[in-house]
Design a protein around this ligand. Structure first.
Ligand SMILES: Nc1ncnc2c1ncn2[C@@H]1O[C@H](COP(=O)(O)OP(=O)(O)OP(=O)(O)O)[C@@H](O)[C@H]1O
Length: 231
């Protein structure tokens, strides 16, 4: 479980006089493995900021975040690296998440370098993960620009799955996709959760998508999180 206790965050900008914008104020929530917490809220209310804090991309928050009971701000390597691998984030813009100059094969192999999977097992690992996300190995020689939005999102997901995550923040993962592709990706995410016990923080503007995907639902407004459905 990932537990947030009284998490607050403010951005500071401007020079010479700094302005402070409080984005998150006293957020407390439990994010469970195998479940989806749906996060809604108007544009600019701090959903992405919260997602980035949960995965450890932004550290200057106040409050406490625990992963399996351990305060992540106290984690030192290798425990910090373990946490960073196990808690991943999938972004909205699928093409922008991949290096445009690298073939898909190279993008996937870059991830395998982190996992230290031996070279002679890498081909199989890549074939397996492509099967999981519903793509054939024909895509390996292509560049991101030669894939559709939905295919790019599947590859971004494949890169994350190679790290064997326990929890994924999904930041508007389907809002850049057309409606039929959106349904396919949502179905795939549901299957992954069922088969691998993954936990999701699912960020979306779309109440129907949130309702369909989520066990619990919260709305961010004026920095506060209002939990409207517990599951
Ligand atoms: N790096 C930054 N520096 C300063 N302010 C920022 C930064 N990133 C975001 N903000 C501001 O913080 C607020 C929250 O941004 P955030 O992207 O978390 O909102 P959001 O709810 O995800 O928005 P959207 O639904 O439009 O993606 C916004 O007012 C934004 O302008």
């Amino acid at each position: 479980m990932i537990e947030l206790q009284n998490v607050s965050y403010e951005y500071s900008k401007g020079w010479p006089r700094k302005q402070h914008q409080i984005v998150l104020s006293d957020i407390s929530v439990k994010l469970c493995m195998g479940k989806t917490f749906g996060l809604m809220g108007h544009s600019g209310t701090g959903k992405t900021t919260l997602g980035k804090i949960v995965v450890g991309l932004m550290k200057s928050y106040s409050g406490k975040i625990s992963f399996h009971g351990k305060d992540i701000s106290q984690l030192k390597s290798p425990d910090w690296l373990f946490f960073r691998r196990k808690v991943q984030m999938l972004f909205q813009d699928p093409q922008g998440s991949l290096n445009p100059k690298k073939r898909i094969d190279a993008s996937l192999r870059d991830v395998l370098k982190i996992t230290k999977i031996p070279f002679n097992q890498q081909k199989q690992a890549i074939e397996d993960v492509l099967k999981t996300v519903g793509l054939s190995t024909d895509f390996l020689l292509r560049y991101p620009a030669q894939l559709s939005g939905g295919q790019n999102q599947r590859i971004s997901l494949a890169r994350i799955l190679l790290l064997k995550p326990e929890f994924i923040v999904l930041d508007e993962p389907t809002s850049a996709l057309d409606i039929s592709v959106q349904a396919q990706i949502l179905f795939l995410l549901g299957e992954l959760q069922k088969n691998h016990g993954l936990g999701f923080l699912f960020i979306s503007h779309d109440p129907e998508v949130i309702q369909f995907m989520s066990h619990s639902i919260g709305i961010l407004k004026d920095g506060s999180l209002d939990i409207i459905q517990e599951g």
